[in-house]
Design a protein around this ligand. Sequence first.
Ligand code: PLP
Ligand code: COI
Length: 362
Amino acid sequence: MTDTSFRFEPHATPLAASEREAQLVDPGFGRVFTDHMAVVRWNEAQGWHDAHVTARASLQVDPASAVLHYAQEIFEGLKAYRLADGGTALFRPRANAARFRASARRMAMPELPDDLFLGSIEKLVEVDRDWMPNSAEGALYLRPFMIASEVFLGVRPAAEYLYMVLASSVGAYWKGGMRAVSLWVARDTTRAGPGGTGAAKCGGNYAASLSAQRQAIARGFDQVVFLDALERRWVEELGGMNIFFVFADGTLQTPPLSDTILAGITRDSLIALARDHGLTVVEQPYAIDQWRADAQSGRLVEAFACGTAAVVTPIGSVTDGDAGFTIGSGGTGPITDRLHKALADVQRGRAADPHGWLHRLA
Ligand code: PLP
Ligand code: COI
């Protein structure tokens, strides 16, 4: 049986409280890191071993480490929230643990047992709890990841891996707070193809999405929406968020999960919450041409993107080639707003948690 206890090596010179507080005033996303990190190693002889939480520091990486050449790398993203009653909770961490194992299988990496995944995060949040911002939008974003650390240039699954968790104090994901984003439809590039790695949370998927993201920004849009690779017709997801469509009759639609879409935990939670609210949700393919026609006819009234980092983001407009269309009023629609509030209320302990999504920390 795997030992799931974490040795703790406290940071010799943690950041002074006043400096930490200064960093927490406006942390943005993914720039402020806590004092510690969690580490677990894997090799064929010992399996998972050497679990510890230690001072955050640079890694010494051999230039021939397999990850630097063949990109055997996976990651996760989840948040620890401050609750209305003063406690702290992770949101659905076992779902992240299961997705991390699924990503590992796809990338021919060893599967980290869920108890080690959970233990690594619990221990890190425990020692760096003071880094959790107090603001309404703030949270501690946890970034578990795993790299192939074997020093070897042959092309085969590595025989050594390093699993780590970073914690980052975050505020609102979008600078200046929530607003409706403009999307640009990627026509020349796709992020995932059938049989590929689109459903795995591996770094390579994000690398593949960046040239389209750069083009979108250069044209003045916020985010890219990707179509399926075969027909270039079906809306799949954004570079880092799933997508929902809201119709005038109150139904919601989201693309069905497949091997080209990441199974978002926010997506799954919103489907459940919408159904709790009496709304109908269908998981069916939606064509880009239909989207334009429905937005123009008024059949479609809202659309939003969702993910752990930004939670729910309204979509204001979409541009496909030279043609653009506006969604509803171009701002935040009422169903988007209601579902966003409902989810944030569960995450922050302001509402009941009938699905048992909160994982309370001591
Ligand atoms: N799709 C992609 C490609 C993502 O990177 C993410 C973010 O993690 C999501 C969807 C949303 O997933 P989740 O809601 O689990 O954060
Ligand atoms: C999300 O949480 O929505 C993400 O896509 C994480 C991102 C920073 C990779």
